[in-house]
Design a protein around this ligand. Structure first.
Ligand SMILES: Cc1ncc(C[n+]2csc(CCOP(=O)(O)OP(=O)(O)O)c2C)c(N)n1
Ligand SMILES: [Mg+2]
Length: 464
């Protein structure tokens, strides 16, 4: 079989890109995700990666060529090299993809991680809250549920990535592969009527809170069946019915909103809680300080969840912070703060559960810092070349999903085949969701202004 490699929409304007250099040559074996070609967009120099494994059959554009988004630039085949055709020309000397010529700012991240005293495992992480003594024995059904959700999120995001590389996803994607344990562990500690406020990277949070993969997929494609009627797109996913408030792409901006929602819950004398998810980049924004401080002085039932994936776009945290951990900032607000291993779903769940219990009984907010890593670039136009490949490999070796799988097999006697079946079910669910999204109708022009200028009715009445 022959597979077309099309130019994905990597630039900001959707205009042509210029081929700079091929990183592969005809006959060469490539793996999914391997960089194929360096291109210049209107925004940056980026690499286009292989959407599947195979052998390079032919290269259809040469360095210097301007190529339209959606144009076929190469072909892959599953035939072994002996059967592969000749090159179309323009092939440069083969070299290691690790040495791509894109702008790069390598950081001494290992040293800085050491300086920051980052926890290497959940055992080294601080124990959250004085309720640690109430640690429940993790039930195998809960761990299985969390495993399934992490797999579902990973399969969905990986599938979207493949489709993006084929030019089939409109807009860009902010992906969270590697961070699934945080979304899943935190949301497992919540009730359906609790609410979450997410960011520009929301897919994992929405699925973990119970959002439908079909409705998320449809939203990404701007369809009428999307969770925000096709108006929000990837950065404004919303599913009020399961407690996912409209997500907010302004860094740090959801923190005061979550504090306000939590204060509302308190004033209404409910025991519901709110969660604000944000990144390490958000911790230096003014809105965050105002929001956490307000929640602290009002004992509002809110959990501030910082996903410290080490980078805010291309900026490493060591350039943004003079303190060793983000959690220690909690002291300045007079609330508890804990740094926890975000690659361990059990540690995440237990820490979140203690913070939620504290909030529900009226004792106020907690700041939870989860250390983690995003495997992909910041968004799909970012190859992440400012990062050291060893650093990435090191974090990948602690991937939360195989770790959870091993735990299920060794500590809970789960059958490998049952776990394989869960993975296959998730893959089928993801593919069905994407097929649903792609075949769904576009919103009608008459719907364009609907819900555009008023709050969602469910939000107005405070009832998700
Ligand atoms: C107030 C504001 N400033 C800048 C941006 C542009 N921007 C979008 S995401 C991002 C990085 C955020 O990093 P972090 O908070 O660590 O979240 P992550 O992307 O790592 O999940 C930036 C700077 C923005 N959306 N809002
Ligand atoms: Mg970050």
């Amino acid at each position: 079989m022959i597979f077309d490699v099309v130019m994905p929409a990597l630039g900001a304007t959707g205009g042509d890109v210029t081929i700079q250099e091929w990183l592969v040559e005809p006959g060469q074996r490539v793996e999914a995700g391997m960089p194929l070609v360096v291109v210049e967009t209107d925004k940056a120099t980026v690499e286009v990666e292989a959407f599947r494994a195979g052998y390079v059959r032919e290269l259809l554009a040469k360095p210097g060529d301007a190529v339209a988004i959606g144009a076929v630039v190469a072909r892959l085949t599953d035939q072994p090299p002996a059967d592969v055709g000749a090159a179309a020309g323009g092939v440069s000397e083969r070299r290691s993809p690790a040495k791509a010529s894109t702008s790069s700012a390598r950081l001494d991240v290992e040293a800085s991680a050491e300086r920051r005293g980052e926890p290497k495992s959940s055992a080294e992480a601080s124990t959250p809250d004085q309720h640690a003594d109430q640690r429940i024995e993790m039930s195998s059904s809960l761990l299985l549920t969390m495993f399934r959700q992490m797999v579902l999120i990973r399969r969905f995001e990986d599938h979207l990535y493949q489709l993006f590389l084929q030019g089939l996803v409109p807009g860009t994607l902010h992906q969270s592969q590697g961070q699934e344990a945080i979304a899943v562990g935190v949301c497992a500690a919540l009730r359906r009527d609790d609410v979450i406020f997410s960011t520009h990277r929301p897919v994992a949070h929405v699925i973990a809170k119970g959002g439908s993969v079909k409705a998320i997929a449809a939203e990404l494609w701007g369809k009428a069946t999307g969770c925000a009627g096709g108006k929000g797109g990837q950065m404004h996913l919303t599913d009020v019915a399961v407690g996912v408030m409209p997500t907010n792409a302004i860094v740090g901006a959801n923190v005061p909103i979550a504090a306000g929602a939590a204060l509302g819950f308190k004033l209404m004398r409910t025991d519901r809680v709110a969660v604000s998810f944000f990144g390490d980049g958000a911790v230096n924004t003014g809105a965050l300080h105002e929001g956490i401080n307000l929640a602290a002085v009002k004992d509002a039932p809110v959990i501030f969840v910082c996903e410290n994936n080490q980078y805010a776009a291309s900026t490493h945290i060591s350039h943004n912070l003079r303190v060793a951990t983000i959690a220690e900032r909690a002291k300045a607000y007079g609330i508890p703060g804990h740094t926890v291993d975000g690659m361990d779903v059990v540690a995440v769940f237990e820490s979140a559960r203690a913070a939620v219990a504290r909030a529900r009984r009226g004792a106020g907010p907690t700041l939870l810092e989860y250390t983690c890593y995003r495997y992909m670039g910041h968004s799909r136009g970012d190859p992440g070349n400012y990062r050291d490949r060893e650093e990435l490999a090191n974090w990948r070796s602690r991937d939360p999903i195989p770790r959870c799988r091993t735990q299920l097999i060794h500590d809970y006697g789960q059958d490998e085949r049952a776990l394989d079946a869960i993975e296959a079910e998730c893959q089928a669910e993801v593919e069905a969701a994407v097929a649903f999204a792609m075949s769904s109708p576009d919103p009608s022009p008459a719907e364009a202004l609907q819900n555009a200028y008023t709050a969602w009715p469910e939000v107005r009445h405070g009832q998700p």
